[in-house]
Design a protein around this ligand. Structure first.
Ligand code: SAH
Length: 213
């Protein structure tokens, strides 16, 4: 696992690209400058790691586009110590960004291959999630609820009720909703029964699947 000054240069460039596209949160930009994204993809494709695009990983899944990761991270307004549930661990890159923002992260992946790979890989880089869970994100994680923030990194055909109910009052659910393309949707829990909904633009994700693989 090699990280060189060339990689650092490419990361600084990627952060500038994200800034030009409207990412302003310095903590998020610093996380992009710091995390060796090339180690999250197959080493023979390392040239692609610092371009602003999604890329295939194992089990027909993708590592999300850096802009999307930065946009989701910025939209969540992560504060140090926030308790966050992530649905769709995938490569673990988004998880690493949340950990760089000093969040306490619980992350769920439904593909066993990815779950195994990433739960071994992230700690090697020094990234320690509170918990890696192999399971179905549609159910959330009731035993650890409530959460300050919940982030979904796969396209959801509908908004799963358990995720809304596992938010603290004042908490946020950020979820891309839609079948072919998705609208990034932010729910803020105003009271036990009231949610405020904001639509933040169009994105494209791999689908959030309903049954365990
Ligand atoms: N944050 C990841 C995104 C990976 S793509 C990254 O940047 O690498 C979305 C991930 O969601 C995939 O790994 C996919 O297997 C996972 N996923 C799909 N449906 C799911 C479900 N119901 N529960 C948990 N994870 C799911």
């Amino acid at each position: 696992m090699k990280d060189t000054s060339k990689h650092q240069g490419l990361r600084n460039q990627l952060a500038s690209v994200l800034q030009q596209k409207g990412i302003t949160d310095e903590n998020v930009l610093n996380a992009v400058r710091k995390i060796p994204r090339h180690l999250f993809i197959d080493s023979s494709f390392e040239d692609h790691a610092y371009q602003d695009k999604a890329f295939p990983i194992a089990a027909e899944q993708t590592i999300s586009q850096p802009y999307t990761v930065a946009f989701q991270s910025q939209s969540l307004k992560v504060k140090s110590g926030d308790k966050i549930l992530e649905i769709g661990t995938g490569s673990g890159y988004q998880t690493a960004v949340l950990l760089e923002l000093n969040a306490e992260v619980y992350t769920i992946e439904r593909q066993h291959e990815l779950f195994k790979k990433t739960s071994l890989f992230l700690p090697k880089l020094g990234y320690k999630a509170k918990k890696f869970i192999f399971g179905d994100g549609y159910q959330g994680l009731k035993e650890k609820a409530p959460f300050d923030k919940i982030i979904v990194t796969a396209g959801a055909p509908f908004v799963p009720k358990p995720l809304l109910s596992q938010l603290k009052v004042g908490g946020m659910l950020l979820i891309p909703v839609g079948e072919k393309t998705q609208i990034m949707t932010l729910f803020i829990r105003k009271s036990p029964k009231e949610f405020e909904k904001h639509e933040l633009g169009d994105f494209a994700f791999v689908p959030m699947l309903e049954k365990k693989a």
